[in-house]
Design a protein around this ligand. Structure first.
Ligand code: SAM
Length: 186
């Protein structure tokens, strides 16, 4: 119910009135953990009710290693209740640099984003990704999921050279979910 209420409050920001399917969440968690070269924090943008958070924990990521960013206050409370010990940053992930600075967090290992990037102006989306890359080591990655067929943030719009690689599409999701990995180009 928190997810449905969140969707009713902000249908564009939340996307669909139900969370990612367990198979999608599992694949996202695997992709993120495989993409991180160190054991630092996993940054989750747009955590919702925690479908992907739960999959990360199931995949062996300790809850204290996850930093969840969520804008909707009720969803933040639901996350805190569901995952004791989870670091929940309530605020706008599009102001990621300021949000991390306020929480005195600076080094993340990997980022997973469920933000509806296709509905977000390109300047805000690229600033958010830039802040995420600034917080990660040079081989850090952003795993982004989207219902669209293309990478939802055009890598060519980024100030630094970035590559987007298609990770796969999960069909056991309504609608099917595409997953992309963004990395700084070498
Ligand atoms: C598509 S839902 C994904 C929820 C969950 N991660 C999942 O996979 O089921 C997108 C989530 O991002 C949150 N969100 C959207 N825009 C945001 C923003 N600018 N800052 C923080 N959270 C945002 C929404 O409130 C919603 O919970």
């Amino acid at each position: 119910m928190p997810f449905v209420r969140g969707w009713l409050r902000d249908p564009v920001g939340v996307g669909l009135p139900f969370p990612s399917s367990p198979s999608t969440a599992r694949r996202l968690a695997e992709a993120a953990l495989e993409s991180s070269s160190c054991s630092g924090p996993v940054l989750e943008l747009g955590a919702g009710t925690g479908a992907v958070t739960a999959a990360l924990i199931d995949a062996g990521c300790p809850v204290h290693r996850i930093v969840a960013v969520e804008r909707d206050p009720e969803l933040c409370r639901a996350l805190e209740h569901r995952f004791p010990g989870l670091a929940v940053l309530e605020g706008d992930a599009l102001e990621l640099g300021a949000l991390l600075a306020a929480a005195k967090l600076s080094s993340m290992a990997v980022t997973i984003s469920g933000l509806p990037m296709r509905a977000i102006p390109v300047e805000a989306a690229t600033r958010c990704y830039g802040d995420a890359f600034d917080a990660m080591p040079p081989d850090g990655a952003i795993i982004q999921y989207t219902y669209g067929l293309r990478p939802p943030v055009d890598p060519r719009a980024m100030a630094t050279k970035v590559e987007a690689t298609f990770v796969g599409r999960e069909w056991r999701n309504i609608p099917p979910m595409g997953m992309w990995r963004y990395r700084l180009a070498r």
